[in-house]
Design a protein around this ligand. Structure first.
Ligand code: 26W
Length: 838
């Protein structure tokens, strides 16, 4: 098979040296309304090829996006020049997911052009808000992990730290969720159909990525070396995206890879005359970046997924070594120039890949290469569920990446030799620490590989990091003292406060002045305002306005009627049993049952609207049943006149970043009710608290830190702590005992079992009921009583609106810690050592 060459950079050529204009830095268009109008119309005419009068809304959206982009261009080019010039250490953030959300507003905010753009468009008879709605968000992630990556690159750009985000340009992002008869039906997310104005493809810089084949040794002037003779290749085409800092003149790069067939791929088949087969073969290659795997927390071990992982990581490492570093760079100094941050185990195949490049291609000694590799990677773990820890069968890995498997074996042999040296022939320990698992099938434990190779290993909240150290990887913690650390997650206040909650932002700016958005600890100064009745009123007005904005959206989007004056009780996150949407639902059913059975007067129940948002992995049947049940309960409750004006259950389909930006600022109560010890961190919890919702939550993930910061009086804690969970589990958990012991619980479950939410058909939700009664892996029933007590406290607190608002303000004031700027500073100081570039 012929090799397609990966281009190296062209030799330095004195480009532009003869014309003065070519030497001058590119100038941004004038930041005036007139300047903006001119740019907008120019883009409409010259890039879209249409006149304003004959333009479609999409033309206008695209022209607007190009215009905003043009304003960022000078800064981007300047930043690229600055970074090339400085040769400073930077972060390569390797992540299979970047859940970016819409770009237009973020980029308008970054440039400070929002008002100018609105005025300029108005002068053209165009409504900015209308164009905003046309953007299809890039949903290139499943949930928390992908959104975290997006927050992190926002913060790095805002801090002025050199960073390239590397990932995959999926042609289809996370599926679009629809409900048919209350059940989830997935639709493809064809987000690129109308074009994507935010990306810059560079096919000329494509890299060739190899797969399959075999390895062989050869004599290289007396040295025996190994080379990989691949079976097939694909082209990785980079698409660059701008990642602007917040009004600081800085723009970093996000580089997403798209797979293209190489001509080598199908040449043989073309030559044999089978045209149709040859075209089919191209599809095979291009499938690699076709679709985001919608599995969250349950790896499927699919070959295509491993192909995706290697594809983007190999392209990224090659891009950095051959494209970003100067030609004459001494690779021994690589740790001074880059840290590759592994966002969970998905990019861990990068470890043997860097070894392969250094040893096989750059002909380095193994030990020297390992010394470099050990310093160039750091690993973040995002889970505690044992089933979420990725493993790849040796079979599959050896077939797809034979050389990498050899390298992994050698890394493991040398590592186990060291363990043996320290602890002797402790067979149990050796088995427990081996990167290769033998049962139930021989496979590579990617988290172990990452831990052995990583300079640092971190969890994403204090509790999570502690459990990671003490329960998941205790032998490694003992073996590598100082390697394990914590960096508590954060969220970007630009998107999740300033953009999502403009009225609150204005109120804060009025109180504190303008700099809080990049110095979020300044929110502390709001504490005194919590005692000011006038400020409280203004704060409550903002919340009420946000609720109205949400109702309007839901009316328009889903035909929902949101009742006035209700507490908005919100649970939005992926559907997973450990997150316990069932617990929330049992609360609702219990309230409903109380009223309709006549045991509780409707007038005594706090009026609440419950909002759910959740996608289930398409193959996760129990999660899908729970979605069905939520919708079924909603249909019955919302149609029952006996609870009218008291209880309402809304489940808008297709929860995504765009919807989050509207739901979060409107919420009164944030549901963070996972079983203690299961939610690594959570980041939605932070978004809600920063927008003045109070949390009802377990002692889990970052809830622990939220509660410590906001204070017990301003947080509704319930449920078992992690050690109690462990204890109960050790003792032998029998959910039926809890069912027997709590009358409310019994009645709620019985009502579901009776078929009350399935037209009398008891079979529909029987699996859900059985699962709760006989298995209940995440101890929903054990925490139910405590949850209901806490909800009663919520009702009491909500009855005093003044006091509630005060608590809400204190939540905002005390959650500045959860800015992703702070997370980034932590990584920079303790793991990356990559100071901002001035
Ligand atoms: C299919 C394999 C797989 C396995 C795990 C896919 C995705 C995962 C992730 C680790 C799931 C995830 O998104 N984890 C979440 O990461 C967030 C950011 O750190 C945390 O806030 C959440 O608690 C954690 O569930």
């Amino acid at each position: 098979m012929t090799e397609e060459t990966t281009p190296s950079r062209s030799a330095d050529h004195p480009l532009g040296a003869t014309h003065p204009l070519a030497l001058a830095p590119v100038a941004a268009p004038a930041s005036t309304v007139d300047g903006f109008v001119r740019e907008f119309l120019r883009n409409l005419n010259f890039d879209r090829g249409v006149a304003l009068t004959s333009s479609t809304p999409n033309d206008r959206y695209m022209a607007l996006a190009y215009t905003v982009r043009d304003y960022l261009m000078a800064r981007w080019l300047e930043d690229l020049r600055r970074q090339r010039h400085a040769q400073a250490k930077g972060v390569c953030y390797l992540s299979a997911e970047f859940l970016l959300g819409r770009q237009l507003d973020n980029n308008l905010l970054a440039t400070g052009l929002t008002d100018i753009a609105a005025d300029a468009l108005a002068q053209c008879g165009v409504d900015l808000d209308e164009l905003r709605q046309l953007e299809v968000e890039p949903g290139l992630g499943n949930g928390g992990l992908g959104r975290l990556a997006a927050c992190f690159i926002d913060s790095l750009a805002t801090l002025g730290v050199p960073n390239i985000g590397y990932g995959i340009r999926y042609e289809y992002g996370i599926f679009r969720q629809t409900f048919v008869d209350g059940q989830q039906v997935e639709q493809p997310d064809a987000w690129l159909t109308l074009g994507n104005p935010w990306e810059f493809p560079h096919p000329e810089s494509a890299r060739t990525i190899s797969f399959g084949g075999h390895t062989e040794t050869y004599d290289d002037e007396g040295v025996t070396r190994t080379r990989w003779v691949p079976g097939w290749t694909v082209r990785a085409v980079p698409y660059n995206y701008m990642v602007p800092g917040y009004q600081n003149g800085r723009v970093n790069t996000l580089r997403l890879w798209s797979a293209q067939a190489t001509s080598a791929f199908d040449l043989r088949i073309f030559n044999s005359g089978d045209y149709a087969e040859a075209v089919r073969a191209r599809t095979f290659a291009e499938n690699i970046s076709k679709v985001l795997y919608p599995e969250d927390s349950t790896p499927q071990g699919k070959e295509l997924r491993l192909q995706q992982q290697y594809f983007f990581v190999a392209a990224s490492i090659s891009d950095f070594l051959d494209g970003v570093l100067p030609d004459d760079f001494d690779l021994a100094k690589l740790p001074d120039r880059v840290i590759f941050q592994l966002n969970d185990t998905h990019p861990v195949i990068g470890v043997p890949e860097l070894m392969r490049v250094l040893v096989d291609e750059r002909k380095m000694e193994w030990d020297a290469a390992w010394e470099i590799t050990r310093q160039c990677f750091a690993y973040t773990c995002h889970t505690l569920l044992p089933e979420a820890l990725e493993v790849w069968s040796v079979d599959l890995l050896g077939r797809l990446l034979p050389r990498h498997l050899e390298i992994i074996y050698r890394i493991n042999d040398e590592f186990l030799a060291e363990v043996r040296e320290r602890f002797g022939d402790d067979e149990m320990r050796l088995r427990n620490m081996s990167i290769i698992a033998e049962y139930p099938q021989r496979s590579v434990r990617m988290a172990y590989l990452a831990t052995v190779a990583g300079a640092k290993v971190n969890g994403v909240a204090e509790l999570h990091s502690q459990l990671l150290r003490d329960k998941v990887l205790p032998d490694f913690n003992e073996f590598f003292p100082g390697k394990f650390t914590n960096v508590t997650n954060g969220v970007t206040p630009r998107r999740f406060v300033r953009l999502a909650n403009p009225d609150l932002s204005a109120l804060i700016s009025e109180a504190l002045g303008g700099t809080w958005l990049t110095d979020l600890e300044r929110l502390r100064e709001l504490e005194t305002f919590a005692e000011d009745p006038q400020f409280r009123q203004a704060f409550a007005d903002v919340k009420a306005a946000n609720k109205r904005r949400l109702s309007e959206l839901l009316r328009h989007r889903d035909g929902f009627e949101v009742s006035d004056g209700h507490m908005l009780d919100v649970m939005v996150k992926r559907l997973h049993e450990y997150k316990r949407q069932m617990l929330k639902l049992l609360h609702i059913v219990s309230l409903y049952e109380g009223i309709v059975s006549g045991r509780v007067a409707a007038s005594e129940v706090t009026a609440r609207t419950f909002i759910f948002g959740a996608k289930a992995a398409p193959g996760y049947l129990m999660a899908k049943r729970i979605i069905h049940l939520i919708n079924a309960v909603g249909s019955v409750v919302n149609a029952d006149p006996r609870v009218e004006g008291r209880l309402k259950v809304l489940f808008p389909p297709n929860y995504n970043v765009t919807l989050a930006e509207r739901v979060v600022p409107a919420a009164d109560l944030s549901e963070q009710i996972s079983l203690a010890g299961k939610e690594a961190s959570g980041t939605g919890n932070m978004k809600f608290a920063l927008n003045g919702a109070l949390t009802i939550g377990t002692d889990d993930g970052a809830n622990v830190e939220i509660r410590e910061l906001v204070g017990d009086d301003n947080f509704f804690l319930f449920g078992m702590r992690e050690p109690q969970v462990q204890e109960l589990s050790d003792r032998g958990y029998r959910p039926s005992e809890f069912y027997q012991a709590d009358e409310n619980l019994r009645r709620a479950i019985d009502l579901i079992a009776s078929g009350a939410f399935s037209g009398g058909d008891r079979s529909v939700f029987e699996p859900v009921v059985s699962n709760l009664l006989y298995e209940d892996r995440f101890m929903v029933l054990a925490d139910f009583t405590s949850y209901l007590e806490a909800q009663t406290k919520v009702d009491a607190a909500y009855a005093d609106q003044e006091a509630w608002t005060r608590k809400a303000i204190l939540n905002v004031a005390r959650c500045g810690f959860f800015s992703s700027d702070r997370s980034m500073r932590d990584y920079i100081e303790r793991i990356w050592h990559t100071p901002p570039l001035r």
